[in-house]
Design a protein around this ligand. Sequence first.
Ligand code: AGP
Length: 601
Amino acid sequence: MCGIVGYIGKREKREFLLDGLKELEYRGYDSAGIAVLHQNEINYFKASGKLDNLVEKTKDFRSIGFGLGIAHTRWATHGKPTEINAHPHWGEFSFVIHNGIIENYMDIKKDLQSEGVVFLSQTDSEVIVHLFEKFVNLGFEPETAFEKTIASLKGAYAILLISKVASQKIFFAKNAVPLIIGKNEEDELFFGSSDAPLIGFASEVIYLEDGTYGWANEKEINLYKDSKQIELSFKLLNSSKIYAQKDGYRFFMEKEIYEQSAVTSETLMGRIKDEKVYLEEVENLDFSKIDEIKICACGTSYHAALTSSYLFERISKIRCSVEIASEFRYKKPLLTQKTLFLVISQSGETADTLEALKMAKRAGLKTLSICNVDNSSIVRISDATILTRAGIEKGVASTKAFATQVLSLWLLALHVGSEKIDENEYASEIKAMRSIPEVLRVDEKIHEKIHRLSKRYLHGHGFFFIGRDIFFPLALEGALKLKEISYLHAEGYPAGEMKHGPIALADSKLFTIALMPQTMLYEKTKSNVEELSARDATILAISPKEFELADDFIKTAPHEHPMSEFFEMMVITQLLALEISIRLGNDVDMPRNLAKSVTVE
Ligand code: AGP
């Protein structure tokens, strides 16, 4: 998730813009830049890496007196995290910064290139400034040119644009990613992708709605939607910075659970076209020469890998094996050239996963990574990478990274299997996939119910999470989430394994979280849960179907597709772990003994 800061007024702009970007560092970034328009001259600076590099570059720059400033921290989604790909991007007389993904950028870019426009970066964002200048050069007023530019864009965007043809105003637009405008009594205007950079400067703010756009100068803000001017509704700004960084949630993990709906929209952005999966990152990978996919990962990423193994075999009709990286490293594995070696890692720095990848490279295998951090070690040495676009994940217990990993792997399975399954089945996969961001929208009533029932699960001698098929790796993941942040013992198990030993543990103090989807082996799972209930185990059933033997029951929606049930049950297990941990008074975001990235063996 990129960060945006903007300013209109007389204050020294470099300091305000850089301090604003520092307040957004928590969102994660890999490059940054600023641009200032003062007395019809635009100064701009960009730097890859940490903000300190930009601070150094701008150390001799100051901008006093009325002017406009825009600033940006970039989290790479299209194009490597290099200086040239950093924002702002410019044309001949305008500069733009953008957060989000322009889904139709390739079509716009090709049209502009055919008209002689030269692009400097690999980004989708750069099309915005060239499109704006195209309309200005066709004779449209800047405001109309901006309106036409925004109308041409599909996808998610928070945009600030400044131009010499309108040197008193900032143009802005917002759709699907946050953009806030703030004001104070000194005729200053502020822009931000969250409250944090505005705290201490603005007294009132507008949280722009999707589909709105407009322009602002020091005297007025003109806000539009569908070409109609709309009212400005200001509200008082909360003054707590940490509160702002957590967007009002109690923990980053809670915020990241709620973000899953938005970030999975970004994961899908530009990757489904004309109802077909389109993954430009693997366009050059010839899967006809691959007879096995071997996946290597750790922890939660391993659970995503296990989940995808069902999809690769069922949809892509390709053999798939999954290995825990720390085991794989030392087992002297048999590797063949026709194996695609896939590694999954949120951080891209996990030592075991990185070493496993190097082993595959040394053996001459094609390698592909599913990763959340561009330019990380794993990304740098993989032959290709599919970025999950989850944005920075601050909670040590992974949530949105897992959701975007599974979604990215499902995309890949459909990409590989597009000719292997019939059209109707493919269409139902795409239909279900498009619904996932909505499925991940947290139901406050469900959250409240989980909060209430969590008080019953604070003791006992352990938890079983059980499920079948893709719900088995989800059971493993649910158990890991609970272990990590509550410090209570929990195990994930294939539901069919109970009678092979684990059921000996069954008694009233054994809590069983039963994942009982209606679209996948419901009757089989139900009979496994009945075996546990008959031995007095305490059952929390998660299912769209009423289950009368449940001691606690969380009703889910009657989805038609197993993956929809998977993602809805995933949120429930995440919230259950969160609420139990909060009741136990634990540090949810920084659990004892754990680190966010395990860069050592
Ligand atoms: C997940 O909640 C844990 N924090 C941990 O298992 C993590 O998934 C594992 O260390 C792998 O990390 P990676 O995805 O960054 O490689």
